[in-house]
Design a protein around this ligand. Structure first.
Ligand SMILES: [Zn+2]
Length: 510
């Protein structure tokens, strides 16, 4: 109104001739602008919309926050895309209008194009005490990693990737500035506020240059407090994932999801391979159909630093019985527990190098007749005589009485004193047995699990397992009813046992 009222009297005082001239002049101006925009379209972006930088990142989406289908109003919000100018306003709005949100799952956040906004938006996340999580196969890097650190509690799925690198501005890179230079200040004060050790910042500058990325190792993630979870929560997390419905009960021939999880994990922690691949296919005759079938063992190893040609083979079957009459048998205890323990220990020994080589073998087709472990000893890729011990885990997470059986010290008594010594430091009820064929009370387990093929080849073996429970081979073998503390204690016991055996290998008395 103000503008129109001002123009009106001017037009009134113009004569017709002046109006014609002005019209022609305006048409020429519009034509010139049209030509400029046609040939130089970026002229439109340069000062107005703040989207010019976006055009430089081909195919990248700007950050969006959203609920998953059927989860509107729930406590988890999801995030995907590059952090940019609007992210601060977006995040403020999302958190203000949805007070029920406690967790932000960062699925794919490859960076930020506005660090100023990023740090402010991240402070907002911390202000609302939101937890951050990077899910299975998730990827968060660079400025995304800074935002992840704003989570009050922070966790990273073992298959997810978390990337860090240095920064650059103009022709200078971060490392050109002395440590006390003010250029570092905004990052350092941000990490201080987020309670991240300042070493983390200097480490990111060295990890990779600004135009490259370094994917953090599990060890680095733990070292710099990047996650707030302890290592045993990762043990539980993987067990829970393997025993989720998405893994369809892991029946041989229908357990690709479990295979991918295990191979990705081996790959991520950098295990050596016995063949070209971690996956080692084998065939066997199905006892029901008498037809040939295929199974896939997944095997990797850590090289011993003193006796690399002597092996401890750690085995656990990852298969279960799958879907029966439309019901998924998740097999959380049998044997997602053993499989997750296998991965946990593989990770541990890849960081804490043993004296002897340790092979980690996730066996398939155990439930169909121990076929994976049979295939392994029939075609071992390492001389059987160099396998000094096989350790097997099968069902180690469910026993309300806190009782774990160590099976195999009757035929292989040389291991008894080592296990008894480490058992003293544990709150578990460590029992022995199920390994004497003359025992009339306890059934004989030396032929019941993946230890059997090793036993039959004369290779010493120790199995950790609990007594059968009501959920055994039932659809009720679920993660929710396992005993987490018991399970963690069993894994600690096994870890201590392996460390002790590796330190000084007991001599056979026979
Ligand atoms: Zn089993």
């Amino acid at each position: 109104m103000v503008c129109g009222g001002f123009l009106f009297p001017i037009i009134n005082t113009m004569n017709i001739n002046t109006m014609k001239k002005t019209g022609i002049f305006l048409i020429i101006i519009i034509a010139i602008l049209g030509i400029i925009v046609f040939f130089f379209p970026e002229a439109l972006y340069s000062n107005a919309f703040g989207q010019k930088v976006l055009m430089k990142i081909e195919g990248e989406q700007v950050a969006e926050f959203y609920y998953k289908e059927n989860q509107i109003g729930k406590d988890t919000i999801y995030m995907k895309g590059i952090i940019y100018a609007n992210t601060l306003e977006d995040i403020k709005l999302v958190l203000k209008e949805n007070p029920e949100i406690t967790t932000m799952v960062m699925e794919y956040v490859p960076g930020s194009i506005d660090d100023e906004v990023n740090l402010l938006a991240s402070q907002e996340i911390r202000k609302y005490k939101i937890n951050t999580y990077i899910p299975e196969n998730g990827m968060v890097a660079s400025g995304g990693t800074d935002m992840f650190l704003a989570g009050k509690k922070r966790a990273v799925h073992p298959t997810a990737k978390l990337g860090v690198h240095s920064w650059s501005g103009g022709n200078q890179v971060a490392l050109d500035f002395p440590r006390d230079h003010e250029e570092h200040e905004k990052y350092l004060s941000y990490y201080t506020e987020m309670n991240i050790p300042l070493d983390f910042y200097w480490y990111t500058l060295e990890a990779a240059p600004a135009n490259d990325i370094h994917w953090m190792t599990t060890e680095e993630i733990e070292k710099y407090n990047v996650v707030t979870t302890n290592p045993y929560s990762q043990l539980l997390e993987i067990q829970k994932t393997l025993a989720s419905d998405a893994f369809k009960g892991r029946a041989t021939g229908n357990n690709k999801e479990a295979q991918n999880l295990i191979t990705n994990y081996f790959n991520r922690i950098g295990l050596y391979k016995l063949t070209d691949n971690y996956s080692i296919p084998f065939t066997f005759i199905d006892e029901d159909t008498k037809k040939e079938r295929e199974g896939i063992n997944i095997v990797g190893y850590v090289k011993g630093k003193i006796n690399p040609d002597k092996y401890i083979v750690i085995g656990a079957h990852y298969d279960h019985i799958g879907i029966i009459n439309d019901t998924i048998y998740n097999g959380a205890d049998d044997n997602a527990s053993g499989t997750s323990a296998l991965l946990f220990l593989a990770n541990y020994f890849s960081k804490n190098k043993p004296k002897h080589s340790i092979v980690f073998a996730a066996f398939d087709a155990e439930e169909l007749g121990l076929h994976g472990s049979k295939a392994f000893v029939d075609k071992p890729y390492i001389p059987l005589k160099d396998i000094k011990l096989n350790i097997n885990f099968d069902m180690i997470s469910r026993n309300p009485a806190n009782e774990i059986y160590v099976v195999g010290t009757y035929p292989f008594p040389q291991f008894k004193s080592t296990i008894a010594t480490v058992a003293k430091t544990s709150s578990l009820n460590v029992s022995y047995g199920h390994d004497n064929p003359n025992d009339k009370i306890k059934d004989y387990w030396m032929h019941s699990s993946d230890n059997a093929p090793f036993f039959e080849k004369g290779i010493p073996n120790i199995t950790f397992s609990e007594e059968d429970h009501p959920g055994y081979h039932k659809a009720t073998d679920d993660y929710d009813v396992t005993n987490h503390d018991f399970y963690i204690d069993v894994v600690k016991l096994i870890n201590a046992f392996i460390l002790s055996i590796d330190e000084e290998f007991p001599k056979s008395k026979s």
